[in-house]
Design a protein around this ligand. Sequence first.
Ligand SMILES: Cc1ncc(COP(=O)(O)O)c(C=O)c1O
Length: 508
Amino acid sequence: MSSRSHLLNDGTVERYRRCVTDGVGRVADRIARTDRPFTGVTPSQLRPAVEGIDLEEPLDDPAAALDELENVYLRDAVYFHHPRYLAHLNCPVVIPAVLGEAVISAVNSSMDTWDQSAGGTLIEQHLIKWTAERAGLGTAADGIFTSGGTQSNLQALLLAREEACRPAQKNSPTPLRKPEILPRLRVLTSECSHFSVEKAATLLGLGAEAVVAVPCDQDRKMRTSALAAELERCEREDLVVMAVVATAGTTDFGSIDPLPAIAGLCERFGTWLHVDAAYGCGLLVSRRRGLLEGIERADSLTVDYHKSFFQPVSSSAVLVRDQSALRHVTYHADYLNPARMAENDIPNQVDKSIQTTRRFDALKLWLTLRIMGAAGIGELFDEVVDRAADAWRMLREDPRFEVVTRPQLSTLVFRWLPPSPADRSLTDELNLYARHALSASGEAVVASTVVDGRHYLKFTLLNPQTSLDDIAAVLDLIAEHAGRHLAERRGGSEDRLPAPEPVHPRAS
Ligand SMILES: Cc1ncc(COP(=O)(O)O)c(C=O)c1O
């Protein structure tokens, strides 16, 4: 078959239709047959199959490539739609968004300039305006779709840095150069915030001690008294707080920092407030919208539609209350977006983005809103938050487990407790073992995290299909695995046991 026949154009549409329909059919069959979230395959089991494929020898046949893909990917993938996938912030996806994904890659718009996207640009702008309205950011707000929360946080902090540098320079008796200001910049964020804040600080050239971790209360929310003390300390020490980052939905606990009080402090100290609502943004369309009170006072905001809006990866946005802040990422290139285009009101989204070529991810959210509506998304998110509240009650009453906080969103951090006293490191080991054994068996996938130096397990509930019975069954499995391991440890050698083998045959 000629290479040209693989190009999608008016002469190959039938081939495109057949090929994609076949691929969709394979995925649909696989999803229909999947009876567990994971097969438990290990890297060493799968690697030979992948590395054994000679990339210099094309199959020239989509059906053969899909057969091969079954073995190297589809069979052993981790399936987020499965009700016993309870690990990370991955959601099952809504079908309208998957439809959008198919359109995006076939049309292949690039969102950098109007002359590469046309209507796509306007659709993206309309969605940004819609999100800003939901957040209450006001009529001067704007923003841009990004690849994820990490990029949204990076861009927000880049804008905050640029905004902070100018007044910092102005107040200086002698003009300062950026290298002299950067070491004085600080970002204050809670000890439970996402690590992308620290990564962003490094990428932005700040010093190692630039990110100051503000302590949290027992509900894992930023202590505002500690934030106030830090702001005062920075002022005393002539440090420039370029941003306070509040989290609306921490990754581990789903806790929402006290946004109104934090906004009040930021206004008092003239500090940029960034709200990382990568996880909590689903509240914008939920009956729990009140939990986000204060978000409207943010200078910038991260929203990850690919977490609590049930969108496929990637789908995220960074928003700013004052669109003029986006000028810090505006660079004009003669070949692409010359300044005269902006003067003539030609909307080139690259003027607001740190990316150039960029996917039309906004289309997925567009089709979601047009087909099922915002309330439909909110209903799904509310259901998982309700389920987490029920699961918390169940865990609290179960003497086999200890649960850390009552969730505001949909995570539960807990651990199995040995029935008779065990030293702390053994309890850590038993919980990590149970997590590993569970994943290796493929019966369920759960996450782990560290709280106050100890290992805990974590459920992140984002699938409304996960029932309380599923959660109870997974807790029983955890208790079984941990209990068995404890008996082996106490009965036999004190050596670490090897990792368990998958207990179920590989799904075919
Ligand atoms: C609170 C928070 N912010 C930012 C991120 C990073 O988002 P992404 O993985 O989309 O880059 C996460 C990811 O879990 C998160 O939970």
